[in-house]
Write a protein that binds this ligand. Structure first.
Ligand SMILES: Nc1ncnc2c1ncn2[C@@H]1O[C@H](COP(=O)(O)OP(=O)(O)O[C@H]2O[C@H](CO)[C@@H](O)[C@H](O)[C@H]2O)[C@@H](O)[C@H]1O
Length: 483
């Protein structure tokens, strides 16, 4: 079979720069796809942390004026990944997160910052780099959404294009008067182009012009084609439904491996699950929780946002904790949620512990040391933490939406009897649903042999990238038939 080359266009890439699950996926796919004969080179913005991480930097092109300043395209490597980096100091050399100012507001020039990324992606797709002409340009999320549009409006031959939605609630919507400055032709401003309710929609543009659209689970692929789940893009997605695919994410099993994880107090396998006890003790000590091996310890590792449904956990706390249960939370995000969890740790000393911030090592310890992981999302394209939880013998308790519904097998009587249960699902996603689930979880916890079986089933579940990599490879090949 012909080998393929892909330019992956992404605003985050683990382990170099990460604010959420997009980084994990963009960082793991190149390695998984290499097994399928697909070469992936990733194009990233040159944020300060990215520039610092690079090795073997080679300048490929210089641009005297790219959206208001001088820039260059470099090739480099980092963490065994092949990279192109857009080094544009006027766009990316600044403090804060990739998208937000240090005080938490969107950078006012985000349209230019990510149009530049997409513009260079399109140029690479059309031969900018001697020796690397990709068969496919794969755009991730709105930040890369204009790449398929730039390719569409160019007269040169183009590669195949794939647009992946990691989260449809982030759409990259900007004022219409930027059209000219972004280098889009006047006739692009129609409902069949980049126009989105009177503005310019970056994700909309990608969904309109990519040869194939993917999202990160089969259930989310259906949900986004409904008015409730599509956030304004469902009509467009329905009109393209034969080109829309749900490919379930995996996790990097070498990063998330409880038998060798250096962030744990003790490593363990399905046959040495008692190793988890030392992790539970370490987690309780780290978060100021009472040292108690027998009480159930719930964990949370999450961005703190409306999507993730953690306000339901706050509302559930009084009954949740009445029997001595504990909660260990690691999260960062909306101020009101951060404040509320901080307050909860004061109201329930020894029972609620939280770390508000981003901490990769602690995320691993929570997975290896808590008994059950709460993921009560209102919507969830795929979700990665429930996959990590299963691999770490941490029983996931999830809402029945999106990829959570596709990855966790609910411990109902039938599933327990037939030995396939891997966690708990609940629906509807409200306080009653969560409390009912918590009661079922606690009942199973009181029957330690059954609990152990559910842990082991989770640890045996396929959560790696192999299957998804095969599907992406097939999808790329199918694009080449349509261009
Ligand atoms: N405070 C913290 N400290 C350390 N680590 C933290 C952390 N908060 C979160 N993380 C980590 O960040 C990642 C989050 O990934 P998720 O898939 O759960 O959600 P996210 O909504 O960011 O991703 C979006 O994209 C991904 C990828 O497609 C989809 O799975 C998902 O449904 C979609 O919402 C996990 O690796 C988690 O461990």
């Amino acid at each position: 079979m012909k080998s393929l080359s892909v330019l992956s266009v992404t605003s985050e890439l683990f382990p170099i720069i990460k604010t959420g699950g997009l980084a994990d996926v963009a960082g793991a796919l190149p390695f998984a796809l290499a097994q399928e004969g697909v070469r992936v080179v990733s194009l990233l913005p040159g944020y300060p942390v990215v520039m610092k991480a690079l090795e073997q930097i080679d300048t490929i092109r210089e641009y005297p004026d790219l959206f208001g300043g001088a820039a260059r395209l470099v090739s480099a490597s980092a963490h065994q990944m092949e990279l192109f980096v857009l080094d544009a100091p006027h766009l990316y050399d600044r403090p804060g997160s990739p998208y937000l100012t240090p005080d938490g507001r969107d950078w006012p020039d985000n349209a230019r910052r990510f149009a530049a990324l997409a513009r260079i992606a399109a140029a690479i797709g059309q031969g900018e780099v001697a020796g690397f002409i990709p068969d496919i340009v794969h755009a991730h999320d709105w930040q890369a959404g204009l790449a398929p549009a730039y390719l569409h409006y160019s007269d040169l031959p183009r590669p195949g294009t794939v647009m992946t939605i990691h989260n449809i609630s982030f759409q990259g919507i900007f004022p219409a008067d930027l059209l000219y400055e972004l280098g889009l032709p006047p006739d692009a401003f129609t409902v069949d182009g980049v126009e989105y309710y009177g503005q310019i929609g970056f994700l909309k543009a990608g969904l309109r012009f990519a040869d194939r659209v993917t999202t990160v689970s089969p259930t989310y692929a259906k949900e986004i084609q409904t008015p409730e789940g599509g956030m304004g893009l469902d009509g467009l997605l329905r009109s393209r439904s034969k080109d829309v695919f749900g490919i379930l994410n995996g996790i990097d099993e070498s990063v998330w491996d409880p038998s060798s994880d250096k962030s744990l107090a003790a490593t363990f396998t399905p046959d040495t699950l008692e190793g988890r006890e030392a992790n539970k003790a370490a987690l309780q000590a780290r978060l100021g929780l009472d040292a108690d091996p027998d009480t159930i310890l719930f964990g949370v590792v999450s961005r703190l946002s409306e999507q993730k449904g953690l306000d339901l956990v706050l509302a559930a706390l009084p009954s949740f904790l009445a029997d001595g249960a504990q909660l260990a939370l690691l999260g960062a995000g909306e101020g009101i949620l951060e404040d509320s969890f901080r307050a909860a740790s004061i109201v329930y000393p020894g029972q609620v512990g939280c770390v508000l911030g981003y901490d990769e090592e602690l995320a691993h310890l929570i997975q290896g040391g808590s008994d059950a992981l709460l993921v009560p999302s209102r919507f969830e394209p795929c979700g990665l933490t429930q996959l990590c939880a299963m691999r770490y013998g941490n029983v996931p308790v999830v809402s029945r939406v999106g990829g959570l519904a596709d990855t966790v097998i609910d411990a109902n009587e039938m599933a327990i009897a037939s030995g396939v249960a891997t966690g708990f699902q609940f629906s509807p996603v409200n306080l009653t649903g969560l409390l009912d689930a918590a009661n079922r979880v606690k009942m199973l916890w009181s029957d330690r042999d059954s609990w152990r079986r559910v842990q082991k089933n989770g640890m045996a579940a396929q959560v790696g990238w192999n299957r998804a990599a095969k599907r992406y490879a097939q999808l790329y090949r199918s694009c080449l038939e349509v261009i």
